[in-house]
Structures are given as C-alpha cells and as structure tokens.
Design a protein around this ligand. Sequence first.
Ligand code: ZN
Length: 192
Amino acid sequence: MDDHEIADADGQVEATSNEEERRAHHAAALMLVRQYPDPVLRIAADRVEEVDGDVKRLVERMSDVMRQAHGVGLAAPQLGILRRILVYRVAADGEIRVLINPELRERSEETESDAEGCLSLLGGDLQVPVERHLRVVVAAVDADGSEIEVDAEGLEARVIQHEIDHLDGVLIVDRAAKDDRKTALRDLRLRA
Ligand SMILES: [Zn+2]
C-alpha cells in the first residue's frame, strides 16, 4: 500500500499527484540502471583498495537509485561501475547496508528456491526461480572502511548472494533451472 493513500476526496487528488511523482522518480532511477544485454553486466568487478571519498559518493548514489527504483539491492556494475560494492535493504524503509569487497565465508548446505527479480532484467519485471543457500556468512568492509561480518538468512541471504553474483558478472538467468532459463531468455529476447 502506498503511504500517500488518503481516504477523503482532497486527499485523493494529492495521492494521485504523489503517485505520478513516485512513478516519474521510479522511471528516472531505472534509466540509470544498466539493462540486459548490456555487456558491463557480464564483467567481473575489481576490488576496492581504499574506501575514499569517491567510494562514499558512489555508495550514496547507489543507495538513492536503489531506493527510487524500489529495489532491495543494487551492485555497482548495475550503474556501469566495475567495483566490488553492493547495497541492500530487506525492508522497504529499512536501514541500507553496504558491503564492499564482500566474500562468502560460509554457506548453509540447505538451499531454497524462490522467485527473484533484478532491476537489470526488464527493470525488475522478469521473475525467475533461483535456488540459493538459506544462510550465508559474509565478510566485507562497510562504508566507513571497517571490517564487518554479516550472518544472514532468508531474504537477506538471498539478496546478498544475488548482488555478489553481479560483482562476478553472473545474472539470475544463469542460476535458473534449464526450463526456467529458456522461458526467461525468450522473454528477454522479446522485450529487452
Ligand atoms: Zn540484480
């Protein structure tokens, strides 16, 4: 539900213009996200040597684009920048987490298949079932340059695995089962 939705008549007018504004922001944000089959999405990103001003500004930009595009995660290559940086948030208004040079330290044996979308595949409109580890432990550096470790499960673990894949040039179509991949690639051929 949209938080601008208001029941009374005057509110409705406002809700409509806010909705239009929201859509415009959404469309503008998506314009900044590289779309399949852009080759940059297929190139492995480079490690970040130092969390300097450039990296911090990039993190801010990535967070803004993710928020306005209504994404749960975004990796730097999706903005055409080949650096190992990702941002994510598991709740719509939740805190944004930043992982720089993330490395998977542990993966649960248990996996789970669930539908995933990607802002770079038809702007998020394509859904593909992807099998992911239920729980992962990731070592990374945060936006202050401090070493952190994240122990994540469920949606958070899924988003982290999806975004780390982007840093390696891997997309959800590569992770899908054979038949799902065929269907997805056909949709992409027709619509991308
Ligand atoms: Zn993605």
